[in-house]
Each structure stands twice: as structure tokens, then as C-alpha cells.
Unconditional design. Structure first.
Length: 270
């Protein structure tokens, strides 16, 4: 059991912010570059990775390993580092590489620090817009061009008035897609292509739901911290913990979470 003292929390926040700064410098140097090339990691589809992804993760790891050499690291692009402290950093240098190579500012850098029980602090950083969403250790705020402001998710409203976000119109398997469609048909508005920025918008009180499937731990751990700090709920489609990835539903409040979860479960078992 890790004792998260005030001193340790402060140190972890400082390291996380320094890692976000390091990644921001790298990603901005490549964003919208006409010479940036993408490799495909998926033989059966298109899962791009670029020099920016790898170099940004290297930059973050360098910061973390210098400041906290006993911590573990789980990242998307590089091998896992086994730590001794009981803390693990979970990194996605560019969440939304498809958006990154398309020039859209919906990608972001995800940084979280976790214990065996899940993430305890997280950052969603959008370098181009210069917005940084921070959650955990009593902090829930966004820092950006318009200053620093508290994060707070939306209050309860009818599902028929809700806005739902997801990254891909084709959500997961055929069964998962059918369940997602059952929910999408009940809300007022569904929008796609947001990548991690969708979770940031939920934490900022702009939307009500983000629903996805097929995620990895590094896709969701930082958003969990930020959304929970802002008053929202993140679970899997069965209502359990989502920090390992898979099927994820992020909701602005308990009411919309319960209704959406019920629709997903009913559709999955039809």
C-alpha cells in the first residue's frame, strides 16, 4: 500500500507537469510538418505511429527516470519498465495519431501515475491549443490561453438532451457497435473524431458522455483521473473499473451514467 503523503503528491505533480512540457516541445516541432511520415503498426488496418510519438515518449521517460528512478513506466511505444516503488507512470505520447498526421488539434498527450488500485493523478495536454487538463490530489483545473479555471462536469439532464462523443463511428465489434448505436439513437447529438480531447471536454462540462471500446490502459488512465476529479464517472460497460481499458463509458454524472449503462447492457444481451 502506497502512502501518498502531501510531499509525494507534490513531487508527482511536478514530475508530471515537467514530462508534459517535454512532450509538448517534441510534438509541436513535428505537428503539421509536410515531411512527417507515418508507419503502420496494424497489418489488418491502419494504426499509425510517427517519429513524434516515439521521441515524445522518450522525452517523458527521461524526465521521469531522472526524477523518480524507482517508479515503473508503461507507455504505448516503448517497452515497459518494472519499478520498485509501487507507482507506475502510464504514458501515451500522442493519443490520436490519426488526427495528428491529419493536422487536427484533437490529439493530446496523456500522462498518469497509478498504484495497483488504478490512476491517482492525470494530465490531458493539448499542446497546439495550449490547454492542459489536470486532475487528482484535490486538483481539477484547466490551464490555457484564457487562464486557469476549475473543471466541473455537467449536472444531470435527460438523456434525450445529452451530447455523446466517440472517436470512431465503428465502435468495437459488431456487438459493441450495435450497443453503441442503441445509445446514440437516444441522445440529442453524437459527434466523432475527438480522441482524448473528448474526455477533456467532458471534464470541462461541455458534453455528457464519451463511449468507446477496444481501448488500452494508456488511452484511458489519464482521462479517468481528470474526469473523476471534475465530478464525473468512468467505468467499463458492466459498471466496473475501466483503468485496464476495453469498453469504456465516461459520464458527466451518476444519473446519465446509470441510464446510458443500462441501454448498453440491454443491447449487449439482446
Amino acid at each position: 500500500m502506497i502512502l501518498l503523503t502531501d510531499e509525494l503528491k507534490s513531487d508527482l505533480q511536478k514530475v508530471a507537469l515537467a514530462a508534459a512540457d517535454a512532450a509538448r516541445d517534441v510534438t509541436l516541432s513535428y505537428f503539421r510538418s509536410p515531411t512527417l511520415e507515418a508507419e503502420n503498426k496494424d497489418a489488418d488496418g491502419f494504426d499509425p505511429v510517427t517519429r513524434a510519438d516515439r521521441e515524445a515518449e522518450l522525452a517523458m521517460r527521461a524526465v521521469i527516470q531522472q526524477a523518480r528512478p524507482d517508479d515503473g513506466i508503461l507507455g504505448e511505444e516503448l517497452p515497459t519498465v518494472t519499478g520498485r516503488s509501487g507507482l507506475i507512470w502510464v504514458l501515451d505520447p500522442i493519443d490520436g495519431t490519426r488526427g495528428f498526421i491529419s493536422g487536427t488539434p484533437t490529439w493530446g498527450t496523456l500522462i498518469s501515475v497509478a498504484t495497483i488500485g488504478g490512476p491517482v493523478f492525470g494530465i490531458i495536454d493539448q499542446p497546439f491549443i495550449k490547454e492542459r487538463f489536470i486532475g487528482g490530489f484535490g486538483v481539477a483545473e484547466v490551464r490555457g490561453p484564457h487562464g486557469t479555471h476549475p473543471l466541473r462536469t455537467r449536472s444531470s439532464r435527460a438523456l434525450e438532451a445529452a451530447t455523446l462523443l466517440s472517436t470512431f463511428p465503428e465502435v468495437g465489434t459488431k456487438t459493441e457497435y450495435r450497443a453503441f448505436r442503441a445509445l446514440s439513437e437516444r441522445v440529442r447529438l453524437t459527434r466523432y473524431g475527438m480522441d482524448c480531447y473528448g474526455y477533456a471536454l467532458l471534464a470541462a462540462g461541455q458534453v455528457d458522455l464519451v463511449v468507446e471500446a477496444g481501448l488500452n490502459a494508456y488511452d484511458i488512465q489519464a482521462p479517468i483521473s481528470v474526469i473523476q476529479a471534475a465530478g464525473g464517472i468512468v467505468s467499463n460497460w458492466q459498471g466496473g473499473a475501466a483503468y485496464s481499458g476495453g469498453q469504456v463509458i465516461a459520464a458527466a454524472n451518476a444519473d446519465v451514467h446509470a441510464v446510458a449503462l443500462s441501454i448498453l447492457q440491454d443491447a449487449l444481451h439482446d
